[in-house]
Design a protein around this ligand. Structure first.
Ligand code: NPQ
Ligand code: MG
Length: 369
């Protein structure tokens, strides 16, 4: 059981090593909400992946802050938390807001695990202490620039390259990279920028031996993804379309995807992320853990999830230096063999460095019962 004395919200702002461009926009810095659950003698951390503007999904940072401050933290503080699953139960009355829910669940779960002396990896039945890592490469002005960036990541050891694509910056770039790197595990991510009318484009991409095509069509287009998958040999991987274990079951049943990208923020928590994993594993659908440019707090949880047995593909769990000149925690470092260590300590196994946390904080709010 966990007695919570208070919940603190902190908005942090960190510079990125380079702007990150996707089909929905460009980010030049990273803002995030950290949730700190303050127990009797331990505290736990969770990170909210909602970004400044509702481009990736309908959630956005200021909305998540308000939902956490006004409703979620008071609901969680307003009664006993006997089990980690109680957190999501206490905020179930609030519709949607999955990224905010995931962050508060993560913080309370971290307290609970630290008190129990159990690592998050063990809690989710992880089976590995190192995980293979891939990297997501933002859209660049030219194929040459993209190729140069990719060669840099391959030299560091990354085991899979995911290229972001958008209409007009797709086939020619991917073809150029595939010709230069015939044996590299390559995938593409469209973040839903295309429609079924673009099927010929995907048929052309189908010839390039990609590991997968991630979220080609809109979030809501499950049946359209199924129709497209029927025409392609390359597996479709769904990201934005999978918001719960039920969505995963529906998508698999429809044949809308052959791979699933799991992000705890997108599905409303670590527990739900585990359920998506379990559903996929039972259907023999490979999964991997995505990324939302998390600081070390969110990254630690993602690495723990990546240790689960059904996670059979390298994810977007890249090293700290892929995104940040300086992380909030001790940096996560890629080994030359392209793997990273799964934190083994209690809970998420890392803490924000106090000085870094203070330096990056732009606002804070303490919520008491
Ligand atoms: C994806 N991530 O798989 C996402 C998209 C994404 C690593 O490709 C701020 C917050 C910036 C969330 C940029 C990767 C983001 C973001 C990209 C999510 O689709
Ligand atoms: Mg994606």
């Amino acid at each position: 059981m966990v007695e919570l004395k208070a919940i603190e919200l902190r908005e942090v702002s960190l510079p990125l090593v380079r702007p990150f461009r996707t089909s929905f926009g460009e980010e030049s810095g990273k803002r995030a909400i950290l949730v700190r659950a303050i127990g009797d003698d331990v505290e736990g951390w969770g990170e909210c992946v909602a970004s400044e503007e509702p481009r990736y999904s309908e959630e956005w940072l200021d909305g998540a802050w308000m939902a956490l401050e006004r409703w979620m933290a008071p609901s969680v503080l307003g009664g006993e938390v006997k089990r980690p699953g109680d957190v999501v139960e206490r905020v179930r009355w609030i519709r949607g807001q999955r990224m905010a829910k995931a962050a508060i669940e993560a913080a309370v779960l971290d307290v609970w695990l630290r008190k129990a002396g159990v690592s998050l990896s063990d809690y989710v039945s992880g089976v590995r202490d190192r995980v293979p890592c891939g990297v997501s490469v933002g859209i660049a002005p030219t194929a040459k620039a993209m190729l140069e960036e990719i060669r840099g990541y391959l030299a560091q050891g990354y085991r899979r390259i995911k290229m972001k694509i958008e209409p007009e910056r797709d086939l020619a770039v991917v073809r150029a990279v595939r010709e230069a790197l015939p044996d590299t595990p390559l995938s593409v991510d469209a973040n839903g920028a295309y429609t079924p009318a673009d099927t010929p484009l995907f048929e052309a991409l189908d010839e390039l031996g990609l590991m997968m095509i991630e979220q080609p069509l809109d979030t809501e287009d499950l049946t359209e993804h199924a129709a497209l998958q029927g025409r392609l040999r390359t597996p479709i991987c769904l990201d934005e379309s999978i918001r719960s274990a039920r969505d995963a079951l529906a998508a698999i049943g429809l044949g809308a995807c052959r791979i699933i990208n799991i992000k705890p923020g997108r599905v409303g928590g670590i527990l739900e992320a585990k359920r998506v994993h379990d559903v996929a594993m039972r259907s023999r659908i490979p999964v991997w853990i995505g990324g939302m440019l998390e600081t070390g707090v969110g990254r630690a949880a993602n690495l723990a999830l990546a240790s689960m047995p059904g996670v059979t593909l390298p994810g977007d769990t890249s090293a700290s230096d892929r995104y940040f000149p300086e992380d909030l925690t001790e940096p996560f470092v890629l080994s030359p063999d392209g793997t990273m260590a799964v934190p083994g300590g209690p809970g998420i196994g890392v803490d924000p460095l106090p000085g870094r946390l203070e330096a990056c904080t732009v606002r804070a709010s303490l919520i008491k019962p």
